[in-house]
Design a protein around this ligand. Structure first.
Ligand code: PLP
Length: 282
């Protein structure tokens, strides 16, 4: 973690960054957040992340008294104060100090943290990963809430299965993983990504745009049977880029080895991030 955090717009020493115990984020799990990657002191795709943060607040009825421009200024100030180069940035908004422990306060609380980041190793990208199917759908999936109870509760089962995460499904349809969106590649090379009950990931959006230049991309429901016929599958997220999935429960994806589409898209994502950094203006 960094030396300084930002609490309600003020930069404070990390050890002095505190919220009171009556905050609704703690008492009722009423909170939202967003997360982005910082590279060489530049918060990647900050405009997209702050716009999603604003939208999550709106959807949840949380008061956010700052514009995207103001949020961007807080983040840049915190990065500069910490002389932070590479890692993650988390911005969290909670329901504030509730007088009755239930209804939201007049003022929300907002904290910004800079954190270390551990992306998957090269070996993980070259071997691919396993997921386990789990029947679940995220309530208000378009909102990035702070609720990750389900996958945290399942952490031991995931580890026992030699998997890295869950893959949610509901009514026979695959939605997403706990912190990533999900894609498959069909035999005819069409890329399909789930649309129902998913967070509209910033990486998902970038993948769709970049992939459209090289492949046919379709946003539609993916069934469990589709998994059996897929030649490739991969996850997308801010931390992972695109990460190949080679096994889901007992289902081997394609040949059981990583495919070309996922790594091609990961290269395109990296190129796009490089361009973003080059053109970045405060
Ligand atoms: C539930 C869920 N889906 C998808 C994603 C991927 O979103 P992004 O590409 O914006 O990181 C996340 C990110 O944490 C997530 O929590």
């Amino acid at each position: 973690m960094s030396n300084y955090f930002c609490v309600n717009g003020k930069i404070v020493l990390a050890k002095n960054a505190k919220l009171q115990v009556t905050d609704l984020g703690l008492l009722r799990g009423y909170g939202i957040f967003d997360f982005l990657k910082v590279e060489n002191g530049i918060p990647l795709f900050i405009e997209d992340h702050m716009a999603r943060f604003q939208n999550s607040a709106k959807e949840m009825g949380l008061k956010l008294g700052y514009s995207v421009e103001e949020l961007k200024r807080f983040v840049m100030k915190l990065i500069a104060k910490n002389e932070f180069k590479n890692g993650g940035m988390k911005i969290i908004l909670t329901g504030g100090y509730s007088s009755d422990g239930y209804l939201p306060a007049k003022e929300s609380n907002m904290i910004i943290l800079l954190t270390p980041l551990k992306p998957p190793t090269k070996k993980v990208y070259s071997k691919g990963v396993k997921l386990i199917l789990h029947k679940h759908f995220r309530y208000s999936a378009v909102v990035k809430t702070t609720n990750y109870i389900e996958p945290i509760r399942l952490a031991n089962d995931i580890k026992k299965a030699n998997a890295i995460d869950v893959l949610y499904h509901w009514n026979g349809k695959i939605s997403e993983s706990s912190r990533s969106n999900f894609f498959i590649v069909k035999k005819n090379k069409t890329i399909v990504t789930s649309t129902s009950h998913v967070l509209k990931g910033i990486t998902r959006k970038r993948v769709i745009t970049l992939a459209n230049e090289h492949y046919k991309v379709v946003e539609k429901d993916i069934t469990i049977r589709d998994l059996k016929n897929a030649t490739e599958a991969f996850l997308s997220s801010t931390t992972k880029g695109t990460l190949p999935v080679v096994q889901i429960d007992d289902i081997k994806i394609g040949s059981g080895k990583t495919g070309k589409v996922s790594s091609h898209l990961n290269q395109l994502l990296k190129k796009q991030a490089k361009k973003y950094k080059k053109n970045f203006k405060i």
